[in-house]
Design a binder for this molecule. Sequence first.
Ligand code: GTP
Length: 325
Amino acid sequence: MLPMSFEQLQTAFALSSRLIESKTFHDLNVALITILNEIDTINDVSSYEILGNRAEAGSDVEPLIRKFPLSLDENFTDEYHSVVKYVYKEGTSGVGKHVIGNQAFISIYVNKDEPPEKLVLIQGEVSDYHYEIVKGLASIYEHQINLFDVKERDLLTKLHNRQTFVTTLEQVLNFYRGMAPSGKGSFMAILDIDHFKQVNDKFGHMQGDEVLIHFANLMRKSFRHADFLFRYGGEEFVVIINQTDKTAALALLDSFRLSVKQFSFPSGHITVSIGVTEVNPYTPIPTMIEIADEALYLAKHNGRDRIEVLNRSTKSVVDNDIEFF
Ligand SMILES: Nc1nc2c(ncn2[C@@H]2O[C@H](COP(=O)(O)OP(=O)(O)OP(=O)(O)O)[C@@H](O)[C@H]2O)c(=O)[nH]1
């Protein structure tokens, strides 16, 4: 560690406070990118999430790379794509320096081998003093990410929790706002285990918990890396299926419904009812949740173990004759 002057220490302290004050993963990334961009010799800073289980997928399988702020495409690339892939294959956890082509990079690699892996890529060269600053910021960044994981995930299933659902959906809406319609959209589905109370009543709460864990694992297996999975509460889960059309989204949901039906849970067989709505960037989030909930209610009402789709609330038509969307 290089000796620092009092002013340098003060600067380092002020920079770390900006990271510590972040309340969400989103704010944390914005803060880190802004701080790093203030260093004169840094040309560019990008942040990525890398998904895909190395152990399961094997080393030849391409990971899914998601850029911050949210890119929803399965096949996203940017000018640093090959550098990200290189660091994914060769890089080590923490802070590292690389020269690729004739460009110098610094990587901050967090949660390597534990998807979603987080990678911040800094293009440019820095002085020894600034490199020490980057290392200090990286360790706070890592620490904060681990804290947010506890705050933003459900402890039982490790899926993202209800609070994260709202902030993620806001980002999905931002992604589509102002974008010309492309024929591809996102779909929000509420997945609710049928007669779950009976599982608890017959087998006890612990077995009920086991069922919830298996259910979440089936979600991870059935949906794509580009989709977002949440435990919404109790025996209710949510998936946001991204950048696809209605036929493909429904096919994905139906294959999930079947995999639940066929799976041998510790308590025997269960089924799931699913309510779906298309994500509309101009519909308020509570309304969208209400519509998906109504669709779920229909699925339950129409016999369970089925999917129902609604794209506008039947309530809003009754409450207000002129509201159509
Ligand atoms: N084991 C366990 N049970 C939970 C948890 N959270 C909620 N539950 C139970 O989930 C059950 C939900 O029951 P209901 O809302 O009546 O719904 P249901 O029996 O699934 O019936 P339908 O949804 O109408 O098909 C209740 O018995 C809750 O106690 C949890 O974390 N663990």
